[in-house]
Write a protein that binds this ligand. Structure first.
Ligand SMILES: Nc1ncnc2c1ncn2[C@@H]1O[C@H](COP(=O)(O)OP(=O)(O)OP(=O)(O)O)[C@@H](O)[C@H]1O
Length: 244
């Protein structure tokens, strides 16, 4: 479970997070929606401990990220940019390297790597070099890296940006699989269809604050709109930030 409470973060003169509070539960996919500059990336970076909040707190499975960063991070996987894989390594080598970096003993890292490659059905590409991988294969490798240390919680910042239809579908299926396995999945997106199709809970933020939250259906009901896109526009007062 990921919980942020009254998070405040000022960057330069911008109040990027302004008493931001919400919760993302286990076994659910939670979507962070908001126009450009709403504070989504700042929020996710703070949850991952890459940024320090001015006040308020972020908790991962009830562990305060600021007070116990190492312990909190063990419960958290961050989906990296799939373009940044080490081309000369195979997925098995790459994932095992990150497993050992996370503090696992070599034998445990080998076992965890085997498990995650099996879980993501990657046996066919596990021992090929990443160089030349398709976008979908890169994504699977990136996700394997993010979850090899078996975190309960996974965060992804606009994971489908720049992906083609097939890769988007692969990622969608992977996120649904993680949800079925009881993980807490929190991701930011501008793609309404994706959020409507995937998310159990949607947090709409503007100027660093939550303006509404609930299931896609509840947000449609609240705004008396047919689609999440229309509901989003009604909630933020413009169509800024929607993916074309
Ligand atoms: N390093 C920085 N320097 C200056 N301003 C920053 C920096 N990082 C974030 N900000 C500002 O903080 C606010 C929140 O930015 P953030 O990137 O979190 O928004 P976002 O919701 O992820 O936006 P987008 O959807 O455009 O990616 C914006 O006004 C942004 O300009």
């Amino acid at each position: 479970m990921i919980e942020v409470t009254d998070l405040e973060k000022k960057i330069g003169t911008v109040q990027a997070l302004d008493k931001l509070s919400f919760r993302a539960d286990d076994g659910k996919i939670t979507g962070l929606l908001g126009p450009n500059g709403a504070g989504k990336t700042t929020c996710l970076r703070t949850v991952f401990g890459l940024l320090q909040a001015d006040s308020g707190f972020a908790k991962i499975d009830n562990i305060d990220v600021a007070a116990e960063p190492m312990r909190a991070k063990q419960q958290l996987g961050l989906f990296p940019d799939p373009c940044g894989l080490y081309e000369r390594l195979t997925p098995r080598e790459y994932v095992q390297f990150f497993a050992e970096l996370s503090g696992m003993e070599k034998q445990d890292a080998i076992t965890a790597t085997n498990d995650v490659l099996e879980k993501l059905q990657m046996e066919d590409i596990a021992d090929r070099k990443c160089q030349g991988f398709s976008q979908g294969q890169r994504m699977k490798t990136a996700l394997a890296q993010a979850i090899v240390h078996q975190p309960t919680n996974i965060i992804l910042d606009e994971p489908t940006r720049g992906l083609d239809v097939m890769s988007t579908r692969i990622l969608r299926d992977l996120l649904l699989m993680l949800k079925e396995q009881g993980h807490c999945v929190l991701f930011s997106s501008h793609v309404m269809q994706e959020v409507a199709a995937l998310c159990d809970h949607v947090v709409v933020m503007v100027s660093g604050k939550v303006v509404a939250e609930g299931s896609p259906q509840a947000l449609c009901q609240q705004t008396k709109k047919e689609t999440l896109e229309e509901a989003f526009i009604a909630l933020i007062g413009s169509d800024e930030g929607l993916a074309a």
